[in-house]
Design a protein around this ligand. Structure first.
Ligand SMILES: [Zn+2]
Length: 246
């Protein structure tokens, strides 16, 4: 009965202010959420959570190899993204809605989706602490929220573990990365993060979460800061919603 009433309310709300698919703009049916069924069926999932060696992990571990002191006996870091992010494809609207249109629900929805997938993955299911890439307080204040934290929180919920936002801190304001080339990106974020507390209990597997993986330099800078405070055998892995580089 309660569900019937809530469906009627939803239908009424859809009539007044139609919800549309964020990818193709088609009007959503009552049971569809954020994406219409065809866009959902065509979503370019990476399935990276099923393979320890994948293009994202290869790229990230390549960066690790170039950073002396970070290579440990478990030198292969696990990395996964939910979907391929193509600058020309409409699926980029998922992150655009989250980052620039204040649509936090989209981040929660897809964060939960990725969390549920990695909870089933042999490589990620023992994650016991989720850490979002922090925003500098100025940017967070401007946006009102940290998009990585929205995703990380939903992922932690799906995994049944805690999210910690008090472990990693961005210590300086960095330029927006969008217009920079690979080397400039790396220089821009190198040393930008620090661990401000490491009393997170007996953790074995940390997961750093961000919205998008492009060059990997931001995640690498977070990894480097965390590795100093959480030495081997603590495993540190990486997860994002989008992956650029198909
Ligand atoms: Zn659609």
């Amino acid at each position: 009965m309660k569900k019937l009433i809530s469906d009627h309310i939803k239908a009424l709300a859809d009539l007044m202010l139609p919800r549309v698919c964020i990818v193709c703009g088609r009007k959503l049916l009552i049971y569809e959420k954020h994406l219409c069924l065809p866009c959902c069926a065509d979503m370019p999932f990476t399935h990276f959570w099923e393979r320890s060696h994948n293009p994202m992990a290869d790229k990230f571990n390549g960066l690790l190899q170039e950073s002396p002191g970070l290579v440990t006996p478990e030198h292969y870091a696990y990395c996964c993204s939910l979907f391929f992010y193509d600058h020309d494809a409409h699926y980029r609207m998922i992150l655009y809605n989250l980052k620039y249109r204040g649509n936090v629900e989209v981040g929660e929805h897809f964060g939960r989706m990725l969390g549920m997938r990695i909870a089933e993955s042999a490589h990620f299911r023992d994650v016991d602490c989720v850490i979002p890439v922090p925003l500098h307080w100025r940017r967070r204040w401007k946006r009102g929220y940290n998009q990585a934290e929205v995703i990380a929180s939903a992922m932690a919920g799906a995994l049944g573990v805690t999210m910690r936002t008090d472990v990693l801190k961005r210590r300086r304001y960095t330029k927006t990365q969008t217009q920079l080339d690979i080397e400039a990106k790396s220089a821009n974020v190198s040393g930008a993060f620090e661990v401000c507390r490491s009393d997170v209990g007996n953790v074995k597997h940390l997961l750093i979460v961000d919205d998008l993986f492009t060059t990997g330099s931001t995640l690498m800078a977070c990894f480097a800061a965390l590795r100093k405070a959480f030495p081997y055998p603590v495993r540190i892995s990486v997860a994002t919603l989008g992956f650029v580089g198909r």
